[in-house]
Ligand binder design. Sequence first.
Ligand SMILES: [Zn+2]
Ligand SMILES: [Zn+2]
Ligand SMILES: [Zn+2]
Ligand SMILES: [Zn+2]
Ligand SMILES: [Zn+2]
Length: 338
Amino acid sequence: MSTRRKRRHPTPQPELRCVCGGELKRFWRFCPWCARALVWRDDPPTTDVECYSCGWVVSDHHSYCPWCGEDIYEEGYSSEQPLKAPKGFRYHTRCDWGCGGGVQYPMPYCPWCGSEQEWHEWEEGDYDGTCPHCSRGVNDWMDTCPWCSRDPTGRDLIPRALRRVRRLLLVSRIKDWGYRVVLRPGVSGVDPKFPKIIEIDQVNVVTARRRDEIPWTLLVGLICHELGHSFLYHNWAWAKSDTFKRVFGEVHKAYRVRDDTWVDLQRHRVSTAKDHYVTAYAANHPLEDFAEVFRFYVTRRGRMRELFAELGRKRKEVIVYEKFLALHHYVRSLRGWR
Ligand SMILES: [Zn+2]
Ligand SMILES: [Zn+2]
Ligand SMILES: [Zn+2]
Ligand SMILES: [Zn+2]
Ligand SMILES: [Zn+2]
């Protein structure tokens, strides 16, 4: 018996590259590598028409340029009825505004009625997060948003906090390990699979910014806490060492932490609540304990005498001093100090 198997060969897609050499996705408006504005012409030729205004590929049947929104209606050519997908274009969804025409991803304008279209690629899982400026899908490595050309990490929204954090790390003598702060929707945190990416919930910034009242101190504290996670994942061998285990505990302990306790960071002082931990939040898990110790160590500029005086006033147990000492010694060992 013979079965005729159809083997499907996917049509090879030509690799799209910017003149800078960076890899592109079709219809990105800007190159995320070099920030160049891109023009997607009728190349390879499919419709033989380009928009006179922006130069992007359009169809003879279109009434509006789907890329720049320009009115390109021409009697005898443009379709009097909205179409699904003229030659050279694909149908992905109907126009947001119900004109009945079809729209191809990621057209910003309906080619039939000219109205603006919304796309949410991040929800489809195609990108790492959304740009805090335009809410479109972006990846963590991008320095330029391919949709709006602004900084998709959102670092441009919090320069003061980042400068302060850099300065604190410097005076604490902790070398930059290549961390990257990005403002993203959802919770703040560090994924152990991407230890250098520090995600900060953009709610902390985007909403506060409208009222022109970014809580800078809170933000610096939050970033320093997340930096603690990143630093530890980056020095994971140490996290599994006996020295670390003795003072902080087992990092593989099951996590039972509610991550809605960020109000704790409003407090800048060592809390008196738990004798064995620097803050109440630190008691949640050894990883949180370390991140909190790291936050205090950095925001107090690594000055042990000041820190110890503070711990003394709060009547902390010896173990809390030992946590700070462990970090202090490790930081020094990284720099080759004795
Ligand atoms: Zn480029
Ligand atoms: Zn155009
Ligand atoms: Zn429409
Ligand atoms: Zn953007
Ligand atoms: Zn944490």
